[in-house]
Design a binder for this molecule. Structure first.
Ligand code: HPA
Length: 280
């Protein structure tokens, strides 16, 4: 498979989605590990299996179903991506961001992304929600930006601005929604790493030093592509575990623990996301 998608290939994927639905989504939601059940709140869902869409990346991780759900949520028409694919699965950053290109082609203007992340900031506790206010794109900075390759000027500029990748207004809306629902949310910087191995103590010391509050293996390529296309972005991390360089001896980190904590906060995340979507 070619490393880069042509506008024609992106259009073909969007056409395949349109063939399965008459609904016109304006909000896209990408849900991370253990958070897939949020999709169950969507009314009048048109469900599309990602295997029915040409070029669509196929997710192989436990807890990630590869489906698109288009339907109603809080008075808006949303497209929920249930299960995403990751760079560590062997796909390119272009491939894993095709869904965002397709969302843009379908008319989505606002992207809401959730993920599971390790908490680096010592003030955090597992189960906290963190609004992403900025990110460090380690893959991108090292030469693997999803925008690498030919630029489609009809979608966005060759050198897109990244001064405010995560929309201030959406973050304020999320803060207010959390307060109205009786809980607090953290804010912080998300460091994007390739995975799939979790970080070593030295890597975690490094991440802490460069100003990361949380670390995870997703989201950022999607956000870069969304911003390139001019979409507004809200990113929310569930802090599923503490990613600290000096854990209690004998403690290890497993994907099961990440999924378990993710499940525990679904009600809060649900309240947060539906509150934000309602007020868009
Ligand atoms: N590191 C990287 N990715 C993660 C983590 C972590 O500790 N927890 C959940 N996703």
């Amino acid at each position: 498979m070619a490393d880069f998608f042509t506008p024609t290939e992106i259009a073909a994927a969007a056409t395949a989605v349109r063939r399965h639905t008459n609904q016109q989504p304006t909000v896209g939601l990408i849900l991370g590990s253990g958070l897939s059940s949020l999709a169950e709140a969507v009314t009048n869902p048109d469900i599309i299996h990602s295997s029915d869409i040409p070029h669509w990346p196929v997710s192989t991780v436990a807890g990630h179903h590869g489906r698109l759900i288009i339907g109603g949520l809080e008075g808006k028409t949303v497209l929920v991506l249930q299960g995403r694919s990751h760079y560590y699965e062997g796909l390119s950053t272009r491939q894993i961001t095709l869904p965002v290109r397709v969302m843009h082609a379908l008319g989505v203007k606002t992207l809401i992304v959730t993920n599971a992340a390790g908490g680096i900031n010592a003030q955090f506790t597992p189960g906290d929600l963190m609004l992403i206010k900025d990110h460090i794109n380690f893959l991108g900075m090292a030469g693997n930006n999803p925008l690498r390759g030919p630029n489609d000027d009809a979608v966005g500029p060759r050198f897109p601005d990244m001064t405010e990748p995560y929309d201030r207004g959406l973050r304020q809306l999320a803060q207010q929604t959390a307060v109205a629902n009786g809980f607090a949310v953290q804010e912080g910087v998300y460091a994007y790493v390739a995975g799939p191995s979790y970080e070593t103590p030295a890597e975690l010391r490094f991440l802490r030093m460069v100003g990361a509050d949380a670390v995870g293996m997703s989201t950022v390529p999607s956000v870069v592509v969304a911003r390139h296309a001019g979409m507004r972005v809200l990113g929310v991390s569930t802090i599923t575990n503490m990613a600290i360089p000096d854990p209690i001896p004998g403690t290890t980190l497993t994907h099961e623990e990440v999924l378990e904590t993710g499940k525990r906060v679904i009600p809060l995340l649900m309240a947060l996301l539906s509150g934000v979507v309602r007020q868009l």
